[in-house]
Design a protein around this ligand. Structure first.
Ligand code: FAD
Ligand code: UDP
Length: 364
């Protein structure tokens, strides 16, 4: 007999399980269909002994003091600051677009003020920002939009930015100075001993049982529990009764090279060249020393593991129908990127889990 059945051992499932077990002394069964914990943040040492992220680069960053403080009980951080270059017109330039990016591409020597004037002269003044294209052209104009965003977004999502809600490209700021950090959050880094180690510590509690390699449906009739916390895809939960939600998937192609480093930084984006969106070289972010190096290329595709909820009106509409139905269910709680169908970062998911825990704690 368990108090809670938690479906999924990613950030949302692991954090809520840890809180319930350690703070409320509840018995929790975590059921995970994959053969490992960690969800999409899972990392492991590959056959050459290099620490890699199985599901693409994961950099933790947050402005939430409570989230950082909470996770820091289970890990130290390696102090990594994320930087990304984009390969455009044969050159690698900083993205987010900053002073260096524009000066390099346009062969200029703008100061910060001159850059502001330039962008003011080329930006498209729109009465309303309605989609992901509007977000970019209203800040930097057509030319930079075409070079950095239009084709990358098409590759990544299978649609042009016009069809995506503003939140997608709003993730990427524009900077007038030479700050080339990808994230400027108060806190950032990778868990010093990796994400999987962090998850092991989160789930190491006598009140928590973890069952891997198991779809929750295989056991749901056999286990007794009071409440269900579901972090898998919401359309699967309802057997697709309102249709399949659109997700974007990725195919990861990994390669280990007999050289110390392959590229200058952890991630290089390829907006206009190749079928892949970006190349990640893990050693830059894990800070591991090794004579060889592993890179992965990400090839977006429509079918496969549901990595990204599609931020489109159509997706939201279908989701709302599922959400309404789920809200009417007693003792079922939806949590995380797949169950809530939101383009959440890791810290947002942890925040959601902590909030859900506070709510549950008040009820008990
Ligand atoms: P998940 O990690 O997806 O965990 C859900 C778990 O539920 C999975 O393990 C799944 O196997 C399991 N599950 C599903 N269905 C069932 C079932 N029927 N039965 C049992 N188990 C089931 N965020 C950042 O903050 N920084 C980054 O740099 C970053 N990079 C990313 C890069 C990529 C390529 C991707 C795809 C995402 C990235 N993210 C990043 C987002 C991050 O992965 C998510 O915010 C986070 O993993 C969400 O956690 P979750 O627990 O909600 O979902
Ligand atoms: N994007 C782009 N060009 C870039 C980087 C990002 O067009 O060089 C757009 C693209 O639509 C992408 C979105 O901005 O999906 C968000 O980028 P982010 O790096 O946050 O994506 P994630 O790491 O979540 O895949």
């Amino acid at each position: 007999m368990y108090d809670f059945l938690v479906v999924g051992a990613g950030f949302s499932g692991a954090v809520i399980a840890e809180r319930l077990a350690s703070q409320l002394d509840r018995k929790v069964l975590v059921v995970e269909k994959r053969d490992h914990i960690g969800g999409n943040a899972y990392d492991y040492y590959n056959e050459d002994g290099i620490l890699v992220h199985k599901y693409g680069p994961h950099i933790f960053h947050t402005n939430y003091d409570d989230v950082w403080k909470y996770l820091s009980q289970f890990t130290e951080w390696n102090g990594y600051t994320h930087r990304v270059l984009a390969f455009v017109d044969g050159r690698k330039v900083p993205i987010p677009i900053n002073l260096t990016t524009v000066n390099t591409l346009l062969n200029k020597n703008f100061t910060e003020d001159e850059l502001k004037d330039y962008l003011e002269s080329v930006r498209i003044k729109l009465p309303e920002v309605k989609n992901s294209r509007d977000v970019v052209v209203s800040q930097v104009g057509e030319y930079l939009y075409e070079k950095f965003f239009r084709n990358y977004t098409y590759k990544q999502w299978g649609v042009y930015p016009e069809e995506l809600s503003p939140e997608v490209t709003r993730r990427i700021p524009v900077r007038f100075n030479t700050d080339d950090r990808y994230f400027t959050d108060k806190y950032q880094g990778l868990p010093a001993e990796g994400y999987t180690e962090l998850f092991k510590r989160l789930l190491k509690n006598d009140n928590i049982t973890v069952l891997l390699d198991t779809d929750y449906r295989e056991i749901i009739e056999e286990v007794r529990f009071d409440r269900l916390i579901y972090t898998g895809p919401i359309d699967y939960f309802f057997d697709y009764k309102y249709g399949r939600l659109p997700y974007r998937s990725l195919h990861f192609v990994s390669e280990t090279l007999d050289m110390e480093f392959f590229q200058e930084v952890a991630v290089v984006n390829y907006p206009n060249d190749h079928d892949f969106t970006r190349i990640t070289e893990f050693k830059h972010m894990t800070l591991q020393q090794h004579p060889k190096t592993t890179i992965i290329r990400e090839y977006p595709r429509p079918e496969g593991e549901p990595y990204y909820p599609m931020p489109t009106a159509e997706g939201r509409e279908i989701y709302q129908r599922y959400y309404k139905e789920a809200s009417a269910l007693k003792s079922v709680y939806l949590l995380g990127r797949l169950a809530e169908y939101r383009y959440y970062n890791m810290d947002q998911v942890v925040k959601r889990a902590l909030e859900m825990f506070s709510k549950l704690a008040r009820e008990y």
